[in-house]
Ligand binder design. Structure first.
Ligand code: ZN
Length: 198
């Protein structure tokens, strides 16, 4: 297998002189074109498009992991990666905004009691307008899933409704996904997925 190039429908893959048209291709005159989005593959003279790994587009409602890059009084700037199913192809990171109004139901007095720079969030895409993408963590199941102590950068442990640093004993608040209960799956289970952000 060679040429792991991504092609889209209508893209010319080669000529019938060079290649034999394989899966997900069509021929027109003497040329072979892609009939699907996928990876161009060739086996000997056979050329085809492998579309088993589906491309995901950013859509409203898509679930993402985000890292908080910057904070202002009214919004957080986050970098996101979609939470993908097994057959989906990885997607480049994209930048989004988490408005303070999408952090929790109700009034937020201080955004820094909800999210902080470096926190990892599970969020949902709520708005796409041209290049502007908004995410939300206000619903149950969304929020900060990994937080680092703002004093010593240790990973904080969820304790009731707060986060504790067991290194320097600092206590901080965040918008957590599961209300007051410590989620069963809290821990390093997600570690590998965030590693690209470190
Ligand atoms: Zn600490």
């Amino acid at each position: 297998m060679t040429n792991k190039k991504i092609v889209s429908p209508g893209e010319q893959l080669g000529s019938c002189e060079e290649f034999i048209a394989g899966k997900n291709t069509f021929t027109d005159k003497d040329d072979i074109y892609a009939a699907a989005v996928g990876e161009q593959e060739s086996f000997g003279r056979m050329i085809q498009v492998n579309n088993k790994k589906m491309f995901v587009l950013i859509t409203e409602g898509m679930e993402v992991y985000c890292i908080v890059r910057e904070l202002t009084g009214t919004k957080a700037f986050v970098s996101c990666i979609p939470i993908l199913k097994d057959n989906e192809r990885s997607f480049p990171d994209f930048e989004a905004v988490l408005p303070v109004s999408s952090i929790r139901h109700g009034y937020v007095e201080n955004i820094r009691d909800e999210v902080r720079i470096g926190d990892i969030l599970k969020a949902k895409v709520t708005k796409i307008e041209r290049q502007d993408i908004d995410v939300s963590i206000s619903e149950q199941g969304y929020g900060v899933i990994k937080a680092f102590c703002s004093r010593c950068r240790n990973i904080m442990i969820i304790n009731g409704n707060n986060l504790n640093c067991n290194k320097c004993n600092r206590i901080e608040n965040r918008k957590l996904p599961y209300g007051y209960n410590k989620p069963k799956d809290q821990g390093d289970r997600y570690g590998s997925k965030y590693s690209k952000f470190r």
